[in-house]
Design a protein around this ligand. Structure first.
Ligand code: UGA
Length: 433
């Protein structure tokens, strides 16, 4: 089977490299020529554990993977074309901007020469895949292609494992022929008995948004309960453990923190609310999730400022700049938002992140970047552990406290035990405990 993946962003590159690992001849296409030149040298534009090794293996050894900026050549011979372009939020609106999807659909319709499947893997609002079909029908006979929705459930930082060992694969098809091709494509996953869920195209599109929105709901819920725990002397980690052991609830995504960030949850929750509004359906539960998350950062920052008595001219350290560990992605990163508010109030911000500093500095010149966590914590009034990178879990805090009184530590992700940190002489503040 020959595959073409259009768009070499996060989803496209992981998908392309992993399909090559399955043994398929895969061409990844992007109109950004500089990106293609870099990829042809196995250089990945973002940090993701394991991706460069996989690119290198299939570019240079198996030669199953190639990169091109010509859609026409690869589309002609492809059996399956995946659309993996970005669907950002529209400027000044919460709706998904689908202009890249329409551009690609038009280009595909100008270039396919034999029957192929056209698969939307980008996160697209319900109805989009059928609209892609309508666009292509303007140029191509309906017997010469089928459209499929096949959303991804990859988490940044563990995307390769998520692709190779998914909880499920969802395929939304209109007929048996396209379903059979998709099942054949994912046959390598039969080894681990991965469930392949076959649905209508609309259901498949909804599954993606409903899954991300549900996870976001769990997070906002546990963060609100964390606020209550702080008021009544309970501990959110014990509460989450006691809840999560119930199999109907599950323990995942019940970690309280500064709110969800990243390139997916904030945008997808907003777009899903928008879809519901367009259809006059009440999804107010999700509006509450979204509103609470939007205000979470200022709520947390105000708490930091008040408890540690920070004022203009003071310095705070932020450990972790990416929106979560094992990624250099700073999109909608709560830690950077906290840094921005502190900076606006005249508080200096020193920071360190294992991989996200280059990205962070480009857009946030106010950050003073340090070569490690210890340097970031020197001569500050407050330490904010914002992202739970492994290297922050085992810091030599004795080295940091250095006999200073009233050094505050805000462990936003609850990676330390409060008693242990207090014993060292810090004023310790976790989340929800
Ligand atoms: C998320 C989904 O988990 C993936 O299944 C999905 O494919 C992806 O979006 C996408 O739509 O492309 P990702 O954004 O990489 O993946 O990150 P998550 O691990 O889901 O974390 C999202 C945010 O929630 C982070 O800010 C994280 O810190 C926060 N979070 C997560 C919590 O605050 N508490 C938790 O218990 C879990």
């Amino acid at each position: 089977m020959k595959l073409t993946i259009i768009g070499t962003g996060y989803v496209g590159l992981i998908t392309g490299a992993c399909f090559a690992e399955f043994g398929y001849e895969t061409v990844c296409v992007d109109k950004d020529i500089n990106r293609i030149i870099e990829l042809n040298q196995s250089k990945c534009p973002f940090y993701e554990p394991g991706i460069e090794e996989l690119l290198n293996k299939h570019l240079n050894k198996t030669k199953l993977l190639s990169f091109s900026n010509s859609l026409s050549q690869s589309a002609e011979s492809a059996d399956i074309i995946f659309i993996t372009v970005g669907t950002p939020s529209k400027r000044l609106e919460d709706d998904a901007d689908l202009s890249f999807v329409w551009d690609v659909a038009r280009e595909i319709s100008n270039n396919i020469k034999k029957y192929c499947l056209i698969v939307t893997k980008s996160t697209v609002p319900v109805g989009t895949t059928k609209q892609v079909k309508q666009l292509i029908l303007e140029k191509i006979d309906e017997n010469n292609f089928d459209v499929v929705s096949n959303p991804e459930f990859l988490r940044e930082g563990s995307a390769i494992n998520d692709f190779m060992r998914p909880d499920r694969v969802v395929i939304g098809c209109e007929n048996q022929k396209s379903e059979n091709i998709m099942r054949e494509l994912y046959r390598p996953l039969n080894l681990n008995e991965t469930p392949i869920i076959s649905t209508s195209i609309e259901s498949s599109e909804i599954i993606k948004y409903a899954s991300n929105s549900f996870l976001a709901t769990k997070i906002s819920f546990i963060n609100q309960v964390a606020n209550l725990c702080e008021q009544v002397g309970a501990n959110i980690q014990d509460v989450a453990k006691g809840m999560g052991i119930d199999k109907r609830i599950g323990s995942k995504f019940l970690h309280a923190g500064p709110g969800y960030g990243g390139s997916c949850f904030p945008k997808d929750v907003k777009a899903f609310i928008n879809t519901a509004n367009k259809h006059n359906v009440d999804l107010s539960i999700l509006s509450a999730v979204n509103n609470f998350n939007d205000q979470r950062v200022s709520e947390i920052t105000n708490k930091i400022i008040a408890k540690s008595n920070l004022s203009k001219g003071d310095t705070a350290a932020i450990l972790g700049l990416s929106f979560k560990p094992n990624t250099d992605d700073i999109r909608d990163s709560t830690s950077i938002k906290i840094g921005k508010i502190l900076n606006e109030k005249g508080i200096n911000v020193k920071s360190y992140d294992p991989v996200a500093m280059d990205n962070a500095k480009k857009e946030n010149p106010f950050l003073t970047l340090c070569k490690n966590a210890y340097e970031a914590c020197e001569d500050v009034k407050t330490i904010i552990i914002a992202t739970e990178w492994n290297e922050f879990r085992a810091l030599d805090l004795k080295k940091i406290v250095n006999n200073k009184n009233n050094l505050c530590i805000f462990d936003l992700r609850n990676i330390y035990k409060s008693e242990e940190i207090k014993e060292l002489g810090f004023d310790y503040f976790g989340t929800g405990k």
